[in-house]
Design a protein around this ligand. Structure first.
Ligand code: ATP
Ligand code: MG
Length: 267
């Protein structure tokens, strides 16, 4: 009999494209699994990059997050295992792009994911939601289901520009749909320490967001970009790489934040 766990649902969101959401979702999932946590990775993006990055062939799926959201699959049918990642996956494929239209008249259409996941609460330590690059119905479903949001950001000139839209969306969600939602943290991704601009933007983030900013910084590392084409998280592809070390450190920082005692306990 499996013991009950305190499940934390974490949405990885930023409506800006290509900032490292999927890379973070897949590699944080694998890193937490490596630290003996039970993890479910949910792919909320029709691009299905998280699905492929976890080693699951999106072309061969009968049950997906899409069939689950429209009520054609049961959750037990849709959950798969990432062998390379050591975690479970609710996979996606292109069909998910149709969900927005098909759910347009559905009752409580922004609550679909939350309802679908309800029976899994207690089974995992973390449920990680990889959101698409838009503030659309799929992201909204993610924000309604989540306890908190992690926001990956690239330290470049326009990084802060889109942030206020996301923060406003979060405020509305908190008021109307999900009172408990909070910002878990902002994560600096693809960081190049030799870039003066990256340093300046990073300093700006430190000033504005102090406690909400993770100490861990994810460096630009080509191994992180290569790993998905092998269907592997970085820990399985090159565990000694800078990228692998950074995502493990992020997982440890996340765990320490929620259980401060853990980091000082003798082993
Ligand atoms: P989208 O908005 O399209 O969903 P995303 O925010 O999920 O994008 P990713 O797909 O994770 O972003 O990353 C965008 C690209 O940058 C990918 O090709 C990825 O492999 C690469 N990448 C992500 N993080 C890093 C990194 N730290 N170092 C080098 N390349 C990276
Ligand atoms: Mg993505």
């Amino acid at each position: 009999m499996m013991s009950q766990r305190q499940t934390r649902v974490l949405a990885i969101a930023n409506q800006k494209g290509g900032v490292g959401k999927t890379t973070t979702a897949v590699n944080l999932a694998a890193s937490l699994a490596h630290l003996d946590k039970r993890i479910l990775l949910v792919d909320l993006d029709p691009q299905a990059n998280a699905t492929m990055g976890a080693g699951i062939d999106k072309a061969k799926l009968e049950h997906t997050i899409y069939t689950l959201l429209i009520g054609e699959s049961a959750i037990e049918q849709a959950v798969m295992v990432s062998e390379s990642g050591g975690f479970d996956v609710l996979p996606a494929n292109r069909d998910l792009a149709g969900a927005e239209v098909e759910l347009v008249d559905a009752e409580a259409r922004e609550m679909r994911l939350k309802s679908a996941l309800a029976s899994l609460i207690g089974k995992y330590d973390f449920v990680i939601l990889d959101c698409p690059p838009a503030l659309n119905l799929l992201t909204l479903n993610g924000l309604v289901a989540a306890d908190a949001v992690m926001i990956p950001m690239q330290c470049e000139y326009y990084a802060l520009e889109g942030l206020s839209d996301l923060v406003n969306t979060l405020k509305r969600v908190k008021q109307n749909l999900n009172r408990k939602i909070e910002i878990e943290g902002l994560l600096r991704t693809m960081f190049d320490p030799r870039s003066t601009l990256a340093q300046q933007v990073s300093d700006q983030l430190v000033r504005h967001f102090t406690s909400k900013l993770y100490h861990t910084v994810i460096p630009r590392n080509v191994r992180l970009a290569e790993a998905p084409s092998y269907g592997r998280p970085i820990l399985s592809y090159d565990k000694g790489s800078k990228g692998a070390i950074a995502y493990l450190q992020l997982a440890e920082e996340l765990l320490a934040r929620h259980n401060p005692a853990q980091s000082v306990q003798p082993v």
